[in-house]
Design a protein around this ligand. Structure first.
Ligand code: PLP
Length: 428
């Protein structure tokens, strides 16, 4: 690990949570240089929905490279891009009666968010944007301005202007409707809230602690946006691409956002991002919003294959529903098994959070699980939530083995704690 310590910036993060050198990976398993095996409940922060080195996707990529397919093409027309667009329209948009233009942006999620905010402001000729408590939208300046987490924001460099935060669903508990609260601000000309161009929302706040908005809340938010002529941006970067079962995370809520940001798993592990715009919002002048890496042709090839393989039938959605039940049932059992540490489980599809009230407990579990061969990350404002985010295609046996490791880790930490307390009592 010395090479990273000596030469890589202090900013490195995940390497500290999972301190080993990973060498290869297949499906839902990673292997380090000592050939130790790790079950992946992290999936590249929701990027590897179809697993590592998926054979079907890899073979398509190898064939494309061997045929001297275009690797880089700015926003030129390429065969790979044409095939991707046609597949995306035929497989995803058309069957859902979704009429959207596709704007390819720079390749990371935050590029898509910046683009969404910019077009909303441009079209509405208003600068304010409403974001939600605990939202996470990326770390470039515009995206950071709509991201809540104080760890990433510093008074010295954050631009706070033109973003207002409103409480997310259940922010004040189950019984307070935060849409009513938001409506009151919009209605009151003296509330201090400038009419926003757009509202940006995640249907499940992944980084924010796996906070799940109810379908009713999302529908009320859409109605509110219509009532006040505000654009609705759904940031589907982490929980889209099938994470909650359907391809888009908002489908079950039956809402139709004006703008949708798509990234992470759409490129199957290769960088790719875009926004979907209602056609009337596509008011750019040619070349007005550019970037060298818009549309990654290798990612187009990978994605076209994945869409063809996983999204032309209902099979994946049914498998996700089934694995979601396994996750849910097992986490509920774990919550019941350890009442002394007041755990709480929540989630949708194949994103689940296990909140640990006990400070630092989640981090101890993640550390112990890593020693036992499981990779699981933390979320929430104080890293108090274990975030379960396995590849969507994980074998059920492996999913259950990973959950066993979580159970064993909690058990061992509690045993060690009790031992320490007993030793302390014997000493005194
Ligand atoms: N939006 C959401 C909902 C995310 O979860 C993330 C990353 O975790 C981003 C935006 C930013 O994506 P990226 O890290 O690729 O810039």
């Amino acid at each position: 690990m010395r090479v990273f310590r000596d030469y890589e910036s202090e900013v490195r993060g995940y390497i500290r949570s999972f301190p080993t050198i990973f060498k290869r990976a297949k499906g839902s398993l990673l292997y380090d240089e000592q050939d130790k095996e790790y079950i992946d409940f992290f999936a590249g922060a929701g990027t590897l929905n179809y697993g590592h080195n998926n054979d079907i996707i890899n073979n398509a990529l190898v064939d494309y490279i061997k045929s001297d397919g275009i690797a880089h093409g700015l926003d030129l027309a390429t065969t790979a891009k044409k095939e991707f667009i046609l597949k995306f329209v035929d497989t995803i948009l058309a069957p859902r009666n979704m009429d959207y233009k596709i704007q390819f942006t720079g390749p990371t999620g935050t590029n898509a968010v910046e683009t969404a905010l910019k077009i909303a402001r441009m079209v509405k000729r208003r600068s304010n944007i409403v974001a939600f408590t605990n939202g996470f939208h990326g770390l470039t300046m515009g995206s950071l301005a709509v991201t809540g987490n104080a760890f990433y924001r510093d008074e010295a460099y954050i631009s706070r202007c033109n973003v207002s935060f409103m409480p997310y669903d259940k922010y004040f508990g189950e019984n307070i409707n935060t849409i009513d609260y938001f409506r009151k601000f919009l209605k009151d000309p003296s509330s201090g809230l400038d009419l926003p161009a757009a509202v940006i929302v995640e249907t499940v706040q992944a980084e924010g602690g796996v906070n799940v908005a109810s379908f009713e809340w999302l529908k009320e938010l859409e109605d509110l946006c219509h009532e006040f002529d505000i654009l609705l941006i759904v940031d589907d970067i982490q929980v889209g691409n099938g994470r909650t079962g359907k391809f888009f995370s908002f489908e079950d809520a039956k809402i139709y956002p004006d703008i949708i940001t798509v990234s992470k798993a759409i490129g199957c592990g290769l960088p790719l991002a875009f926004v979907l715009l209602r056609p009337e919002l596509d008011q750019w002048k040619p070349g007005e919003h550019t970037g060298t890496f818009r549309g990654n042709n290798l990612a187009f090839v990978a994605s076209t294959k994945a869409l063809d393989c996983y999204w032309t039938t209902e099979d994946l959605t049914l498998a996700i529903d089934n694995r979601s039940k396994i996750l849910h049932e097992r986490l509920v059992k774990i919550v019941e098994k350890y009442p002394q540490i007041e755990l709480a489980a929540r989630g949708r599809g194949m994103i689940y959070g296990l909140e640990c009230k006990d400070k630092n407990f989640a981090s101890m579990v993640s550390k112990k699980a890593f020693e036992k061969g499981l990779i699981i990350e933390l979320a929430g404002p104080n890293d108090e939530v274990l975030k379960f985010l396995p590849p969507l295609v994980i074998d059920n046996d492996l999913l259950m083995r990973g959950l066993d490791i979580i159970d064993e880790s909690i058990n061992e930490i509690l045993d060690e704690r009790e031992k320490k307390i007993n030793e302390g009592q014997n000493d005194s």
